[in-house]
Design a protein around this ligand. Structure first.
Ligand SMILES: NC(=O)c1ccc[n+]([C@@H]2O[C@H](COP(=O)([O-])OP(=O)(O)OC[C@H]3O[C@@H](n4cnc5c(N)ncnc54)[C@H](O)[C@@H]3O)[C@@H](O)[C@H]2O)c1
Length: 280
């Protein structure tokens, strides 16, 4: 497996392109926004130059920047052997995209959905290859994280899971396989925690820095829920929690009004320069 398609050049798609290229894969990176592709290219070049500072051998296979193609044309995915989809966490958008990918890619191409919460079985249902669809929930930032939550949809075949594990091995990562339900393991728990942390800010119980400090200092977590939310993107958090609310029809997933207000105000976290904290 050498050529990998990556659809969506946002936070996750860019991280994947960096990591795949650094491990010798050739990447076709697709986004509908030219501006996002330009931003992604800038980040890939920056990673090539600075990755070594974080102990990453970005030069192991030569110049990784030469192995990424940037395009707005899904038709350029016609010969990829494996595809990882990372577009906005929005079901209508994904439901429109997958049938297009299904027509373009060879029937044996595996489709891995890097979604936070959308059920894999639902994604597979809009393709003609449900056995070749699985979830691969990569963690952010992709090049820094060694473990991936792998999701087995209703129809996902053993061959598809094996192919995905092979790709992960090529990235020096390990997959933990779980069954399919909205939010899987990680985000069914994390989204509730983040949402409740936002409710604490809304209720004036504590400042964001104090909430995160409690998680880091008292529980020994590597980061607090609000800095994690900023890293993920508050828009992605809102889409995810709205998805869980809808899929489970359970009021425990009701998004915090403060989260909705911040997203409306354009405070999308680290990627927009401001969320619960400010970034330069
Ligand atoms: N941010 C995280 O920490 C994180 C972690 C794991 C998984 N995810 C999941 O990964 C996916 C992407 O998240 P992100 O944070 O990178 O989002 P993002 O908002 O940073 O990027 C999404 C990208 O998708 C593009 N896009 C939207 N519709 C498209 C289409 N039809 N065709 C091509 N490109 C399209 C947008 O232009 C944008 O560049 C989501 O499903 C999210 O839930 C996110």
């Amino acid at each position: 497996m050498k050529q990998i398609g990556v659809v969506g050049a946002g936070v996750m798609g860019t991280g994947l392109a960096q990591d795949l290229a650094a491990h010798g894969y050739t990447v076709v990176l697709v986004d509908r926004s030219r501006e996002q592709l330009e931003r992604a290219e800038h980040e890939v070049v920056r990673y090539y130059r600075t990755g070594r500072l974080f102990g990453h051998d970005t030069d192991k296979y030569g110049d990784l920047t030469q192995r990424v193609t940037y395009t707005t044309e899904p038709a350029d995915l016609g010969s990829v052997e494996f595809l990882i989809e990372n577009i906005t966490e929005n079901w209508p958008l994904k439901a429109e995209l997958y049938p297009v990918l299904d027509r373009i890619c060879p029937p044996e191409t595996v489709f891995a959905a890097n979604t936070s919460c959308i059920p894999i079985t639902k994604i597979a249902s809009v393709t003609g290859r449900p056995a070749a669809v699985l979830g691969m929930h990569f963690m952010n930032p992709v090049p820094m994280k060694s473990t991936v939550e792998v999701i087995r949809g209703w129809h996902t075949s053993t061959e598809t899971l094996d192919t995905a594990q092979q790709l992960l091995a090529g990235l020096d990562k390990r997959g933990i396989v779980v069954n399919d339900m909205p939010g899987f393991v990680s985000n069914r728990v994390l989204m509730l925690t983040v949402n409740e942390a936002i409710a604490l800010v809304q209720d004036g119980v504590a400042e964001p820095a104090e909430i995160d400090d409690i998680f880091r200092s008292c529980f020994g977590h590597a980061s607090g829920p609000l800095e994690t939310a900023d890293l993920i993107g508050l828009d992605t958090i809102l889409y995810s929690i709205e998805g869980l609310y809808e899929f489970y029809a359970d009021p425990k997933y009701r998004p915090s009004p403060l989260l909705k207000k911040m997203v409306d105000a354009g405070l999308h976290g680290r990627k927009s320069g401001r969320g619960f904290f400010t970034y330069s």
